[in-house]
Write a protein that binds this ligand. Structure first.
Ligand code: FAD
Length: 401
């Protein structure tokens, strides 16, 4: 029979891999192992919090991939057995592969932030993994129930974490909701870091659109949350201050998803080191790890990078399988758009290449949106909000369509 490409995870990296493999290598048998029947994207989930998108707007089913001939097994991958080249499923069945692509996303390090476990997340949601959108809907309901004059707290982790600008987009869009519906409410954003992605652009926008609404506290000014008391809704920072909040979004410390950790693919960072040309893991042959589960700094953990790198990973895996050289001189692209308010978008672009020392950002290639007062940048911000919508439509098509 045909050679078998098996993919763990049907999110940005996994679905993009499956679709690309069917188009570029139609002679290969492609199977995705993914427990969910449809996928809720984290990107654009913050717009659900703002009230401008619904769950169905950000949900994608696998019908189109199935029609392209991708086989789906709706189950969890429980273990990877590299010696036997097989994946063991939760049901007990096994699936053999010739090449394996692993894109299971992040795992939350439960308990790494004292007081923050699965039960605490039912009170102070993280809303940082897709999981049918349950967490993001919970946060939305809590915002709707927030009394005017209440405090929305954020706990933001140190690097590396999924989607570097994500917390700040979320703060912005929660602010946009509060400004319209609870004008006396406030945001307290407690950050473990002193600097963040697109910081100048975000802070300019906060001053212009939401003056006095958002207090952002950097790590050096006691912003680092070191413990959580979910029952009493308290975020405790390093110097011992207990911040009482009404609604809280705790973005906890992260690692690669459990399957990658259990398979022994991760290193001391908690993520999976990979060959930057092929995405094959350093620790096991015939296994290529893409998306947020790998450690590929300075590339960010983004859906855009998961999609962009999936193609090189698949093409390399198939080339190696067939005794050819992996594609030479790949370039990996990233653009992270963030919405800050209605018709207000910003972006950061990065271009990366592999080298023998790892991933390298190509000098003078990327950058961020121009800075300046809203009077001068209004049409640019409006355009970028539309570009962001187009990006969302095209990446979800390139993954799930
Ligand atoms: P995922 O997309 O999370 O997919 C992983 C899949 O693997 C899931 O479907 C899961 O069910 C499955 N899985 C896990 N374990 C197993 C197992 N054992 N067996 C089988 N299947 C398994 N990125 C952008 O580029 N632009 C944005 O604007 C953007 N906005 C974001 C906003 C927020 C609030 C957040 C949280 C993230 C955002 N991101 C954005 C980041 C983006 O969501 C991730 O980088 C992207 O999802 C990574 O893709 P992935 O394939 O690694 O993981």
């Amino acid at each position: 029979g045909s050679a078998r490409l098996v993919i763990i995870g049907g999110g940005f990296g996994g679905a993009s891999s499956a679709r690309f493999a069917r188009i570029a290598f139609p002679h290969i048998d492609v199977t995705v192992i993914e427990p969910q029947r449809s996928f809720v994207t984290c990107p654009y989930g913050n717009l659900l919090l703002a009230g401008s998108k619904t769950l169905s707007d950000i949900t994608h089913d696998y019908g189109a991939l199935k029609r392209r001939g991708v086989n789906f097994i709706h189950d969890w991958a429980e273990a990877i057995e590299p010696d036997k080249k097989q994946v063991r499923l939760r049901s007990g069945k096994t699936v053999s592969y010739d090449k394996l692509i692993v894109s299971p996303g992040i795992g939350i390090k439960w308990g790494a932030l004292p007081g923050y476990d699965q039960d605490a997340a039912k009170i102070l949601p993280h809303a940082w993994v897709p999981e049918r959108g349950e967490q993001v809907l919970l946060l939305r309901r809590q915002l709707e129930a927030l009394p005017d004059g209440g405090v929305v707290g954020f706990a933001i982790p140190s690097n590396p974490f999924r989607c570097p600008p994500g917390p700040y987009e979320r703060i912005s869009l929660v602010a946009s909701y509060l400004k319209k519906h609870k004008p006396r409410a406030k945001i307290l954003a407690l950050d473990a870091k002193d600097a963040f992605s697109k910081q100048g652009l975000f802070q300019d926008a906060w001053n212009e659109l939401y003056p006095g609404l958002i207090e952002w506290v950097p790590g050096s000014k006691d912003g680092k949350v070191v413990a959580v008391d979910a029952k009493n809704k308290i975020l405790q920072t390093e110097f011992g201050i207990r911040h009482k909040i009404d609604v809280g979004n705790v973005i906890p410390p992260q690692s690669a998803a459990k399957i990658a950790v259990d398979a022994g693919l991760t290193n001391e960072t908690g993520f999976v080191p990979v060959n930057p040309y092929t995405f094959e893991t350093i620790k096991a042959k015939d296994i290529h790890v893409i998306g947020d589960a790998n450690i590929a700094g300075p590339m960010p953990k983004s859906g855009f990078i998961a999609n962009s790198t999936s193609k090189q990973a698949v093409a390399s895996a198939i080339a190696l399988l067939e005794g050819r050289e992996p594609p030479k001189d790949p370039v990996y692209f990233n653009t992270c758009y963030s919405h800050i308010g209605d018709d207000y978008g910003i972006s950061v672009v990065g271009v990366f290449r592999p080298s023998d020392k790892g991933f390298v950002e190509t000098p003078n290639s990327g950058g961020v949106s121009p800075r300046g007062p809203l009077a001068d940048t209004k049409s640019q911000r409006r355009l970028e909000a539309r570009y962001a919508d187009s990006w969302y439509a095209s990446i979800t098509k390139d993954a799930f369509g």
